[in-house]
Design a protein around this ligand. Structure first.
Ligand code: 5AD
Ligand code: SF4
Length: 479
């Protein structure tokens, strides 16, 4: 289709997205204009969410906007008038799933030519994705990125009434948008964004490009949201940010940091406070002490290490060494005794040698992680590491992954075994996937616990005596 004017759209640019300005980040209050109030009446929507908790939280806002416009949740894809794909760009396989789904969804357009298909999230921020959509995915009607979710009503109006394709992706972050409506997925567990973006620029990672510069929400807005959640009966919040330990560095009072926020939130009456995710070089004593002194911050920490080799860590731009990571970890474990720590590890980073990999195994042994998300390096176009020489065969990378998983799984089991015979507090999530007579929930240390009990306990915090430890979960008896 060579006659399409590819330049009429607002397309992303990764070089532009890398730029960090000193511009003051304004706060913008979302408001639905009168013209958009009723657009969705008698129409239905569905959202497919991929990737991290940040995307899950964004999907709750997308749903909130749609419902404010009058749309209701569809019972099936075939019944939907709007389907939004909220996508992830972190690894190639995450993207491949979305391309496959976009192909599959094309069939629904044949049955319902009025169906609006939208692509949102991190993939939309990538140049090569937009080029491919423009050239090969004509059936995608709306594309918007991570910075302009709040403009969805406008885009839907254009797509529905002018029957025009909308592609609008901003490379620069712009405002923090407050007051976005939300349809939360859970009744007793909630996500709370505390900051957006990332300035770390790890050389393998696309996130600083797709999510923009680090910017913190004001503490007053965060506190107001948490107060509201307490009033609504929520039991657990998870504070979200790509690097929560950098919270507040960009605000006027830069002496108020993540530890201060934890202390303040601890007094609001929410039963459980969790957060994700952290960067080791920003994790400070104040945060550790806030965890130690708080009643409601859970004794669980996800602290991505990525590699145990100092050579690789340097090439990754992680700004710590194996030794300094272990030192911070030691300090954390000493300050918050019994804390459960999990991590993220990448194998097969360009140039990673057998010796580098052995350093990672050694670190895993020393750190005694109680779980890990492990990945094979995925080349992300536009990131520095995409240009690094990478001559390790994929088979070798996979062998390293299997070997690493053996070690991290052993840590998982060992971490679970320490609770056998103990009584733990479990927030009951629902029934177990395999047996609806069995309840499932998470302990304070974030261990999955299964036990027999009545469904009426869902949403409550109960005491369970642990009887058996498996690699992935604990079994227990309700007290
Ligand atoms: N390849 C593989 N894994 C990656 N991650 C981020 N970028 C990449 C990549 N290009 C992993 C990191 C990060 C987690 C969220 O995803 O381990 O902590
Ligand atoms: Fe990516 Fe590193 Fe930022 Fe995490 S800290 S989002 S890995 S750049």
């Amino acid at each position: 289709m060579s006659n399409i004017d590819l330049d009429k759209y607002f397309k992303p640019n990764l070089k532009e997205a890398r730029r960090r300005t000193k511009d003051v980040i304004e706060e913008l209050k979302f408001e639905l204009s009168d013209a958009h109030q009723k657009i969705g009446v008698n129409k239905t929507y569905m959202i497919h969410t991929y990737g991290c908790q940040g995307n899950e939280a964004d999907s709750e806002s997308i749903a909130g906007i749609l419902e404010l416009m009058g749309f209701t949740h569809a019972t099936s894809e075939a019944q939907s008038d709007v389907i939004i794909m909220n996508t992830c760009a972190i690894r190639e396989n995450a993207e491949n799933r979305v391309w496959g789904e976009l192909g599959r969804l094309k069939a629904y357009k044949k049955h319902n030519p009025n169906l609006i298909l939208g692509l949102a999230g991190c993939m939309a921020q990538e140049e090569n994705v937009i080029e491919r959509i423009l050239k090969k995915y004509q059936h995608v009607d709306i594309v918007f990125g991570t910075h302009n979710i709040y403009k969805l009503p406008e885009y839907l109006e254009t797509a529905l009434f002018s029957k025009e394709r909308v592609i609008e992706v901003y490379s620069q972050e712009g405002e923090i948008v407050e007051n976005l409506p939300k349809v939360r997925n859970h009744k007793f567990k909630a996500w709370v964004n505390i900051m957006f973006g990332c300035d770390e620029f790890c050389t393998y990672c696309i996130v600083p490009y797709t999510r923009g510069k680090e910017r913190s929400r004001s503490k007053d807005e965060i506190i107001a949201e948490v107060n509201e959640l307490v009033e609504q009966g929520y039991k657990e919040i998870t504070l979200l940010g790509q690097n929560v330990n950098a919270y507040g560095k960009d605000l006027d009072d830069s002496s108020y940091t993540f530890g201060d926020l934890l202390k303040e939130l601890d007094d609001l009456g929410i039963e459980r406070i969790r957060f994700t995710t952290s960067h080791p070089h920003d994790l400070d004593k104040k945060t550790m002490e806030a965890m130690r002194d708080s009643k409601h911050v859970m004794p669980y920490f996800h602290l991505p290490v990525q590699s145990g080799s100092n050579t690789v860590l340097k090439k990754m731009n992680r700004q710590y060494t194996k030794e300094s990571y272990l030192k911070v970890l030691d300090e954390l474990k000493n300050t918050v005794p019994g804390i459960a720590v999990t991590t993220d590890i990448i194998v097969g980073f360009p140039g990673e040698t057998d010796t580098d990999f052995l350093d990672t195994l050694d670190l895993v042994e020393k750190a005694e992680f109680e779980g890990a998300f492990t990945f094979v390096f995925s080349k992300r176009e536009g990131t520095p590491a995409a240009n690094f020489t990478d001559d390790t065969p994929i088979e070798t990378k996979k062998e390293r992954l299997y070997m690493l998983n053996d070690r991290t799984n052993a840590g998982y089991l060992k971490g679970n075994q320490r609770f056998v015979g103990e009584t733990v507090k479990v927030l009951v999530d629902g029934v177990s996937k395999n047996n609806d007579q069995v309840l499932a929930g998470y302990s304070e240390h974030n261990k999955l616990v299964n036990f027999a009990g009545d469904k009426s306990l869902i949403g409550q915090i109960v005491k369970v005596k642990i009887t058996v430890a498996k690699t992935w979960f604990l079994l227990g008896e309700l007290l």
